[in-house]
Design a protein around this ligand. Structure first.
Ligand SMILES: *Cc1c(COP(=O)(O)O)cnc(C)c1O
Length: 960
């Protein structure tokens, strides 16, 4: 019978495109794992008492065309005004060669954090350029490779100041009152939990306090360029640490804060070619003195060398970071903003020092013209120095703002008796003429050309002593790629060094590297979403509000919670936000003494690091032989904590990759002592549609939208870590000092600079949810579990699987234990990881959560063919290990310890290894057909940390 039109119209093809295996594959894989159906597999795998067979209630899956056209209709409800709001966010021209080849290129956006540096030299180089850019502009010698935003970078600066200040008795952190308000908000909130005292006062008042650190804004939030040298000296004279939040474009013209003596300089790199995106994502920069290197927060890229002595880049000094140091880490930062840091560094490479000066000088000239014109009409300006921002004193705010809005322009309105106006790279002469109309009304008779003649004759709006007098960006990389052809090829050359999802599976356990569908990514570049200032009036952002409300509603359904706080910019920030909600809840019940946080030994490093930031005492709970939370230990530690128990942080399914049978009991034990249950939601990919943290008994969880909900990892960020909470915690989630929503929590302190975090990537998760609907979301979870169990079953023939749950099943990931093999052969998990590179695979998660293991998560998006290819590689590798075990190869001379192999290896005149060149680089027929070449040999980590070098190397050093 022919199909009806209705049947022909049923199109949920996206589900089949998101999910790798076909119906036939599913049948075959079920047979291998020994389950009758997907439902049967789930019943065998997931404890019955947490299975929830209620539909999610999100609705049917939508087609890409439907979802995109609806989302476009929402986006159109945003009003894209010209933004003169400033406050750290400015319009910018994203160079199209960067937009198309980095922001919109899966070769860049689907990569993972460069923990496997041999296959990540491209993005490591782009990040090293970012560090060099930061060093040049700030005048300090050590920079990190990006933080989440300017406000949290300032909070990190405060934490660094406390660590390194020699004034150990001081407990005050001073913030000049002309720092951006959202920064003050975030730092104040952070300080409260660290137990620091915050003083916000006019900058000069810093002399009146004994401080361990102080923060100044340069130029100030209202645009003034003040000589902060004297203030910095005052802070340092009492052994305090002087921190400066600076505007990146102004630094092109201004004397570097480092030269003025600052100890820490930080800021937002957004206006270097990254759209405002209604708040993000963009990268913060952070620089300090070399002396404070061990206290630096976040990732640092360093130059080391590989086994051939060739320079090679890697993440340096990881022993500072949460994944190693846990609650003693400098910060909880994990995911940061790598993709955006790369965009900003490419922006600098593209424009070079001359191009950047032209941009900065043009913005400044137009500001001079605006100032001269306004002053000539008797308008008072608050300051007599400026770079791009004027604060206009006026009794006539409402009329001016009304004229601005009528012309589609947003001014800064939150100042008493004044309006702010910040110009940007996108401001034109015509815009300045329009600003005259806005401030003065029509008929003012001012003429931009005439004013320009006066401005060009010279102004003292940047005091001479604060003008930059040294060259910036002298390194070759910033002076070479100015034609579009050269730029295109430089971007591509770096991309080719990196293994991203567009090449092959990245089976990183706990990281859920699934498909980032093109339809999900497309809205990110829409101007209606990209060109919106985070503090634009709410009535101009109705499309965003509606999209966020819908996404929140879906996330409520998915998590089983009552409310969502969308603000945190990463999983770790979500943890911090969630723990603060717990803390404030206890305080609201006069139980502020509850400060003990139980954390199972298997937890991700961010958990203890975040608990420390919330000023909780971390008590580690043991795991039993099966990898589950040891119930006896849990009960005794909970009892011991008693009325001081604040919460537990538990990951579900556990980071050991199994659904613990006792999870409900865990929740009950904690609740029975009045504690709260924080469930780390990084593993939601094993829950969506079949159970939920709220259903299980959690009180709060963060969701890694950059794991389960399809936001790409960007080579180490962006991410989004919204939290879901039960109703009793909803009043205690983050608010915002500048943007007031109608939520009960609106007046709480903020955890991010922007009210809705990195709003412009939320459409990715919105699209993901809309495209899959109830059916596709549930099926994705089922397939994630099937793929993992299929993989596990095949690998178990050759490798011990560390933990399994009921019926010998794993959840959505599995841990392969390489310790027994290492014992027998000397071959380590590192050797296996690097040998996988020769096969064209990214290594799985190495030595987390258990040292000496690999944790593998295929996700639902990988096809059976790709998983089979991976299984084949792992079996070949097992054979190779056997040859070491049985003495065919020595431990020093075999393809595992020498992996990864490079073109340099095969080009050696002499090949005197115990195995062939062919085996080295073409270990399978498949690889021969399509070879990914690691560009460096194995990198020497110890050398890199001992000889820390974090700036760009001269090209000759690479022997090019
Ligand atoms: C990824 C992850 C986190 C941290 O998320 P970020 O976004 O990188 O900060 C926390 N917990 C677990 C279990 C994770 O896998």
């Amino acid at each position: 019978m022919t199909q009806s039109l209705f049947e022909l119209e049923q199109n949920n093809a996206f589900i089949g495109r998101h999910i790798g295996p076909t119906e036939q594959d599913v049948a075959d894989m079920l047979a291998v794992v020994g389950a009758e159906s997907l439902d049967d597999l789930i019943r065998q795998t997931v404890p019955a008492n947490i299975l929830n067979d209620q539909p999610l209630g999100i609705g049917a899956s939508r087609t890409e065309v439907e979802a995109l056209s609806y989302l476009k209709s929402l986006a159109r409800q945003n009003k894209v005004n010209k933004s003169y709001i400033g406050m750290g966010y400015h319009d910018t021209h994203v160079p199209l060669v960067i937009q198309r080849n980095v922001l919109e290129n899966p070769g860049w956006y689907t990569a993972y954090t460069p923990y496997q540096p041999e296959i990540a030299q491209g993005r490591l180089e782009a990040l090293l350029n970012f560090q060099q850019l930061t060093q040049d502009l700030t005048g300090l010698d050590l920079a990190s490779a990006s933080l989440l935003d300017e406000a949290t970078a300032a909070a990190e600066a405060m934490a660094l100041a406390k660590r390194v200040s020699k004034n150990k008795k001081a407990n005050i952190f001073f913030i000049a009152d002309d720092v951006h308000p959202q920064t003050i908000d975030v730092v104040r909130e952070r300080a409260e939990h660290y137990g620091f005292e915050i003083v916000v006062a006019p900058a000069d008042a810093v002399v009146e306090h004994e401080v361990f650190g102080a923060l100044f804004q340069y130029p100030s939030t209202t645009g003034q360029i003040r000589d902060i040298k004297g203030l910095i000296e005052k802070v340092q004279s009492q052994k305090g640490i002087a921190c400066v939040a600076a505007d990146i474009l102004s630094l092109v013209l201004l004397k570097a804060p480092g030269e003025l003596g600052a100890d820490v300089v930080l800021g937002n790199a957004q206006r270097f070619g990254v759209p405002m995106g209604y708040g993000g994502p963009h990268a913060a920069f952070f620089a300090t003195r070399d002396a404070h290197k061990r206290s630096l927060p976040g990732r640092i890229i360093g130059v080391s060398k590989d086994t051939r002595g060739k320079p090679a880049l890697r993440m340096a000094m990881q022993t500072r970071e949460q994944h190693i140091r846990r609650e003693k880490a400098n910060s909880n930062i994990c995911t940061a903003q790598v993709l955006l840091a790369n965009m900003s560094s490419f922006f600098a490479v593209y424009h070079g020092p001359e191009g950047l000066k032209r941009i900065a000088n043009r913005v400044h000239r137009l500001t001079d013209i605006l100032a001269l014109g306004l002053q000539s009409k008797g308008v008072a300006l608050k300051h007599d120095t400026w770079f791009d921002t004027l604060t206009v004193v006026t009794a006539d705010k409402d009329a001016i703002v009304a004229r601005a809005l009528a012309k589609g322009a947003n001014l800064r309105t939150d100042l008493d008796g004044a309006l702010g106006v910040s110009l940007s790279e996108t401001t034109s002469r015509a815009d300045v003429a329009e600003l005259f109309d806005i401030f003065l009304g029509e008929g003012h008779g001012l003429d931009v050309e005439t004013l320009d003649t006066r401005a060009a004759a010279g102004t003292d709006s940047i005091p001479v002593e604060l003008q930059r007098d040294n060259a910036i960006l002298t390194h070759e990389v910033f002076n070479k790629y100015h034609s579009e052809t050269e730029m295109l090829r430089y971007i591509h050359k770096l991309e080719m060094k990196d293994l991203a999802l567009n090449y092959g599976m990245i089976s990183l356990g706990s990281c859920t590297m699934k498909l980032n569908a093109t339809a999900e990514m497309v809205p990110v570049s829409w101007p209606e979403l990209a060109q919106i200032h985070p503090f634009a009036p709410l009535d101009q952002t109705q499309g965003y509000q509606q999209m966020i409300a819908e996404l929140e509603d879906w996330l409520v359904k998915v998590t089983g919670y009552d409310a969502i706080c969308i603000q945190p910019n990463s999983g770790a920030q979500g943890e911090y936000a969630g723990l603060l909600a717990i803390k404030k809840y206890h305080e609201s019940r006069n139980e502020g003494h509850r400060d003990i946080c139980l954390i199972p030994s298997s937890a991700h490093g961010t958990n203890p690091a975040s608990a420390q930031m919330a000023n909780m005492k971390v008590i580690v709970v043991a795991c039993d032989k099966q990898g589950n939370i040891d119930m006896a230990d849990l009960k005794s530690k909970a009892a011991e904590a008693g009325e001081n128990l604040s919460c537990i942080m538990a990951t579900y399914p556990s980071t050991h990759g199994v659904y613990e049978e006792n999870i409900r009991e865990v929740c009950e034990v904690i609740h029975s002592y009045g504690g709260q249950v924080y469930m780390d939601g990084a593993n939601m990919n094993a829950q969506v549609g079949i159970t939920s943290p709220g259903f299980i008994g959690g009180d709060v969880s963060h969701l890694n939208l950059h794991k389960t909900f399809a936001i790409p990892h960007g080579g180490g960020g962006p991410g989004m870590g919204p939290i879901g909470v039960k109703a009793h915690l909803a009043p205690f989630v983050a608010g915002h000092a500048v943007v007031k929503t109608d939520k009960e929590s609106r007046d709480n302190g903020a955890v991010s600079a922007a009210p809705f975090g990195s709003a412009s990537i939320l459409p990715i998760s919105w699209m993901y949810t809309a495209l899959l609907g109830d059916e596709g979301l549930k099926r994705s979870t089922q397939l994630a579990i099937l793929n993992a169990n299929y993989l596990m079953k095949n690998l178990a023939e050759d490798y011990p699987i560390l933990y399994t749950g009921r019926n010998d099943r794993v959840a959505h990931e599995c841990i392969v234990d390489l310790r027994p093999l290492k014992e027998a052969s000397g071959i380590s998990e590192m050797d296996v990881a690097k040998r996988l590179n020769d096969f064209g695979f990214h290594a799985p998660t190495m030595s987390f959560p258990v040292a000496g293991t690999l944790m593998i998560e295929p996700t639902e998006s990988e096809s059976k063919a790709e998983i089979d290819r991976f299984i084949f590689a792992m079996k070949q590798i097992r054979e190779e290990i056997r040859q070491v075990e049985n003495g065919t190869w020595t431990l020093e001379d075999n393809p595992l310890v020498n992996a990864p192999h490079t073109q340099d290896d095969v080009m050696d005149n002499e090949w005197n290894r115990a195995y062939s060149r062919e085996l080295a680089v073409f270990p399978s027929a498949d690889v021969r057909r399509s070879k990914f070449w690691p560009t460096v040999n194995r990198i020497d980590d110890v050398f890199g940390d001992r000889n820390l070098f974090c700036s760009c190397l001269p090209t000759e050093a690479y022997g090019e």
